[in-house]
Design a protein around this ligand. Structure first.
Ligand code: PEP
Ligand code: MN
Length: 335
């Protein structure tokens, strides 16, 4: 249920609606909009009677929300969400590019890569310090040392940093250093982590689980938002199918599909979709063409020496070439 307030509703009238919802044992979440505030009713066990709010001062109407997800739904927030990540605008009409190595390996490697991606026009720097690896024998990341390197590189370059939290415990230290928390495909349904990220003071980039339906993905975002964090980016990174010609099957059709249902910005990760650097350009163009609001791309200053995902990491020159073409494509699409 969504209680839509009049444009002229006062803060006291909104508060009265909130209190009424809470007295009935449910949770109220006011959602301020450009024109008016709506109050979303959460944690109701059955259908809520809309007449409860009829006649309350400042209430315009009560609308049933037909989807299981509420805060992420366009039904509760008509316009595309727009916010910033430490000053970098995200969502709306922006096309935001996050680039950097899969893993932070050293200060020199991270700085050299960061300088290259910044010069090419990337807006934010990515780099994993805590790595969720399929094998326990693979490089697991530098941990907090990696976060310190990212913070030093941010000082040098001015680029906000995006890095993964692999569980709710490391989320504390990730939040201390990062500008945005990444939740990886393997953790999309780690509900303790989702809730913790929902209490973070910084935005979250939520990758789609490799076998997740769109609804499971949006429900994961709902977990984050239900804890109060409104700044969530959805990121498609490829799913498992019978097709094995590439590392994953990048599900580009999900981008316009979920954008119809949710107001959250949808990004695409062509690198993990491809698994191979020669395919990254084509998938990036495809992502922009279907309306993605951003890309997260792996770039390494020397991919053959990378400690993870070297095969899919772009050389800096390849990334620079790609970045020259992307705005031109975006311009054609905006016509
Ligand atoms: C990554 O971004 O390096 C990563 C591990 O991504 P994913 O969770 O999509 O596999
Ligand atoms: Mn990677």
């Amino acid at each position: 249920m969504l209680v839509v307030m009049d444009k002229s509703a006062t803060p006291e009238q909104i508060q009265a609606v909130v209190e009424k919802i809470e007295r009935l044992g449910m949770k109220a979440e006011p959602i301020p909009g450009g024109q008016r505030t709506s109050v979303c009713v959460l944690q109701n066990t059955g259908a809520v009677d809309p007449t409860i709010f009829a006649g309350m001062p400042g209430v315009m109407e009560s609308i049933r929300v037909s989807k299981p997800f509420k805060l992420v739904s366009r039904e509760t927030h008509r316009d595309d969400s727009e916010f910033d990540v430490s000053g970098v605008p995200v969502g709306g009409k922006n096309l935001t590019v996050i680039a950097g190595p899969c893993s932070v390996e050293s200060y020199e490697q991270t700085l050299e890569t960061a300088k290259a991606v910044k010069a090419a026009g990337a807006h934010m720097l990515r780099g994993g310090a805590f790595k969720p690896r399929t094998s326990p024998y693979s490089f697991q990341g530098l941990g907090e040392e990696g976060l310190k390197i990212l913070a030093r590189v941010r000082e040098e370059t001015g680029m906000p940093i995006v890095t993964e939290a692999i569980d709710h415990e490391v989320c504390d230290v990730v939040e201390e250093y990062a500008d945005m928390i990444q939740i990886g495909t393997r953790n999309m349904q780690n509900y303790t982590l989702l809730r913790r990220a929902g209490r973070a003071k910084i935005p979250v980039l939520l990758k789609r689980g490799m076998s997740a339906t769109y609804e499971e993905w949006l429900m994961a975002a709902e977990y984050i938002m239900s804890e109060g964090n409104r700044r969530v980016i959805l990121c498609e990174r490829g799913v498992r199918t019978f097709a094995d010609h590439l590392r994953n099957t990048l599900d580009l059709s999900v981008v316009p599909f979920v954008q119809r249902i949710t107001h959250l910005p949808v990004f695409v990760d062509p690198s993990h979709g491809a698994g191979n650097r020669d395919m990254v350009d084509a998938l990036s163009f495809g992502a922009v063409a279907v309306g993605a609001r951003g890309l997260i791309i792996e770039v390494h200053n020397n991919p053959p020496s990378a400690m993870s995902d070297g095969a899919q990491s772009l050389w800096p020159e390849q990334f620079a070439k790609l970045m020259k073409k992307l705005p031109r494509l975006a311009e054609v699409l905006a016509e």
